[in-house]
Design a protein around this ligand. Structure first.
Ligand SMILES: C[S@@+](CC[C@H](N)C(=O)[O-])C[C@H]1O[C@@H](n2cnc3c(N)ncnc32)[C@H](O)[C@@H]1O
Length: 291
């Protein structure tokens, strides 16, 4: 394994919080005890890996695929089950994209690098910034200094749905505050990895306002992660034509959000795009632009 590959794999581990994953399980355990008004056992906290191996296993598994794992099912002595949703207190990695989708990013970048596909990289929808930080780290590792990374987000969460295609999918800040991460916090995360510099350009605002006028000439990777129909379509309309032949369109929510999948299907039909869609995992998919 070259030093570059070792660095990139270590970066993925860190972004997924894998070396310290047991701490997330510790918190999950403590909050579960609080929620059920039971006593926290300090020995369980200390020896979490041995005392709750199934929880640790489930969390590790979930992190591979970027799946939610914060709903704990507890069964009491009488056998009745209780579900506790602890999403907002036990979710600390710098990306919600799991390992498979991070591996997909570096797979695409390997091809961009070795086949010299021209253009910058962009992620539309970055949350805490993790997947974008991986892209910047990749550019640093391979000294690809002539490509910019564009980081586009409202930094205020998702918009309130305004199109009929998104009806019923309200993940805006008042409903899902966990999705609204301020710009300064994302920049701080880049800085923590020593990856905040002029090669990273932030586009703050709603995609419909920022993407059409962004000074982007060419893209090698367009990574769409805005969940909604509107957010996906705004990204495609503004940026698809800037993707170089041989470049990649990655869609984080193709498998898990119907509005996102619908935007992709309609856009591809309208533009007569037949490049095959490859499935990454339960949520992500991508295609390579042939022309
Ligand atoms: C699922 S999160 C992105 C996850 C991220 N890629 C990661 O690595 O964990 C969705 C992000 O898209 C942003 N977003 C969605 N629609 C948007 C829009 N129309 N304009 C600006 N930002 C949007 C939200 O603010 C949020 O940060």
């Amino acid at each position: 394994m070259t030093l570059q590959v070792r660095y990139i794999e270590l970066l993925k581990n860190s972004l997924l919080n894998e070396p310290y994953l047991e701490n997330e399980v510790r918190l999950l355990y403590i909050f579960t005890m609080l929620a059920t008004q039971k006593k926290v056992d300090v020995d369980v906290v200390r020896e979490i890996g041995r005392r709750l191996p199934d929880w640790v296993k489930q969390v590790r598994q979930a992190r591979q695929e970027g799946r939610p794992w914060w709903t704990v099912t507890l069964t009491d002595a009488s056998g009745s089950a209780q579900k506790i949703n602890l999403r907002n207190v036990c979710e600390f990695s710098h990306t919600m994209v799991g390992r498979k989708r991070l591996d997909n990013i570096t797979h695409c970048l390997d091809i961009v690098r070795t086949e010299n596909v021209p253009g910058d990289l962009i992620e539309t929808g970055v949350w805490r910034g993790g997947a974008s930080i991986l892209m910047r780290g990749y550019l640093a590792a391979w000294e690809m200094n002539d490509r910019k990374l564009w980081v586009a987000d409202s930094f205020e969460g998702l918009p309130v749905p305004s199109l009929p295609q998104d009806e019923g999918w309200d993940f805006s800040a008042s409903k899902e505050p966990i999705l609204a991460i301020p710009l300064e916090e994302v920049q701080e995360n880049f800085r923590l990895y020593n990856l905040l510099d002029d090669q990273v350009q932030f586009l703050k605002g709603w995609f419909c306002d920022t993407l059409p006028t962004a000074p982007i000439e060419k893209l090698a990777v367009l990574r769409l992660d805005g969940d909604l129909y509107e957010s996906t379509m705004d990204g495609l309309n503004a940026l698809y034509d800037k993707v170089s032949p041989g470049g990649f369109i990655i869609v984080d929510d193709y498998g898990d959000f119907e509005p996102c999948r619908r935007a992709i299907t309609e856009f591809r039909q309208a533009r007569n795009i037949n490049d095959p869609i490859e499935v990454i995992d339960w949520a992500g998919a991508y295609w390579r632009k042939s022309r």
